[in-house]
Design a protein around this ligand. Structure first.
Ligand code: 5GP
Ligand code: MN
Length: 325
């Protein structure tokens, strides 16, 4: 059973020391949600920390006041309330989890289907296209402040998790919220330019390296790309440069499932999966490999070498396509 916005707001209003967390390798939904909520609670006079294992990626530094989001401290701290946003499992909190010695109450606000509902007050809305949309509804329903910087952050969160309002998770309400944010002063054009037209040159150079080696299998229904540690090192690739590259094979007309395999330094492979058909649930497949996400966008981190993991995961996807279509 979901905790109501009112229960969550009640718990927050009684607290002074609050920490807000989001998932490892954060995307803009995680960071934007975190920033908007942190600024709102700061505005109410609370002592707010906002932590992410990876700190703030360069690509999101354009969001005003985003430097509030930092790596967790080495010395663990105590809080009255800890809030996890957009984080499908406790494990995905990474090193932020260990930096909290004690929190009287854990709040979990998310939109991932695979979220098991950890925490004391849990609000999971799998119908929301972005955690940023849930945060917007929460702030508005509970009459909590939404600062100008927070409004920008929520617009960016919602824009990125809906693929610029294109994916099927986009609802009429999503457009209403975008409209309200723009009417309130958000500059949609300027934010879109920062999000989609301000990549570092090395990202396009990376694409030039990996796209020629993309493979198309199962009658071109399955497309996959891979990135090795060697290429990452050679081109000085940052984690956030890789976000969204999967779309270059997802967008092929025949493709139903797109995959991206990224070698991680510690002997694991990060797998990203996208589905373009409701009959193929990539969250289900990623859960089998210890990951999770949404039916149409999910991921996992799998131990093994690149070729082993790639062939094992592709085999599972081929099987799913053969069974489901
Ligand atoms: P991406 O492929 O963009 O990294 O992630 C797609 C979706 O799957 C996101 O909503 C993300 O939070 C989720 N996801 C990605 N990797 C993992 C993982 O290793 N474990 C879980 N539980 N979810 C993941
Ligand atoms: Mn999200």
């Amino acid at each position: 059973m979901n905790a109501s916005f009112h229960e969550i707001a009640g718990a927050i209003s009684r607290a002074n020391r609050v920490v807000i967390l989001s998932h490892v390798r954060p995307d803009c939904d995680a960071l934007g949600s975190q920033l908007a909520l942190a600024l709102s609670l700061q505005h109410l006079g609370k002592e707010v920390s906002a932590w992410n294992e990876d700190g703030l990626p360069d690509s999101y530094r354009f969001l005003r006041k985003s430097d509030l989001i930092v790596r967790p401290p080495v010395e663990p701290q105590d809080f009255e309330i800890a809030i996890a946003l957009d984080t499908a499992s406790q494990q995905r909190l990474g090193s932020t989890r260990g930096a909290i010695r004690r929190a009287e109450k854990w709040i979990n606000i998310d939109h991932h289907a695979s979220n098991p509902g950890y925490g004391d007050l849990v609000h999971i809305d799998t119908g929301a296209p972005a955690t940023g949309q849930i945060i917007y509804e929460f702030l508005r329903a509970e009459n909590l402040p939404l600062t100008d910087e927070g409004a920008d952050a929520l617009y960016a969160a919602i824009s990125t998790d809906t693929g610029s309002f294109r994916y099927p998770n986009t609802t009429a309400r999503t457009f209403e919220i975008a409209s309200e944010l723009i009417a309130g002063g958000v500059n949609a054009g300027a934010i879109s330019k920062k999000l989609y037209e301000s990549y570092p040159k090395r990202r396009v150079q990376l694409l030039g390296q990996i796209l020629p080696q993309a493979s198309f299998d199962a009658g071109d229904k399955v497309a996959s790309m891979a990135l090795t540690n060697e290429t990452k090192k050679r081109l000085s690739i940052h984690a956030d440069d890789i976000d969204g590259l999967i779309d270059y094979v997802r967008c092929v007309d025949t493709v139903i499932v797109a995959l991206f395999f990224e070698e991680l330094p510690e002997g694991r492979i990060r797998v990203s999966m996208r589905s373009k058909d409701d009959r193929v649930d990539v969250n289900k497949i990623c859960c089998e490999f210890g990951g999770g996400g949404h039916p149409r966008a999910a991921g996992a981190r799998i131990r093994g070498n690149l070729e082993e993991v790639r062939s094992k995961v592709l085999k599972r996807v081929f099987h799913e396509i053969a069974e489901s279509l």
